[in-house]
Design a protein around this ligand. Structure first.
Ligand SMILES: [Zn+2]
Length: 66
């Protein structure tokens, strides 16, 4: 793994939109939208951003309706 990437911004192309995500000291991606989620791979981040785009992450711990 290249340590040069750590702490730098990476550009993620998601659904035709560009997102600038930071990487933490471990090389994980920090979600630029909510800044809470830590994604372990670029693929995970893209999936997470796509979910933001569909606004499905407003409540991540939803209580199931009965
Ligand atoms: Zn997020």
């Amino acid at each position: 793994m290249s340590s040069e990437l750590q702490g730098k911004e990476v550009v993620i192309d998601c659904c035709g939109s560009l997102f600038y995500a930071e990487r933490d000291a471990r090389g994980f991606y920090i979600c630029p939208v909510c800044r809470e989620a830590v994604l372990f791979s670029e693929e995970d981040l893209i999936r997470h951003l796509a979910a933001h785009a569909r606004r499905t992450l407003k409540r991540r711990h939803r209580v199931p309706k009965r």
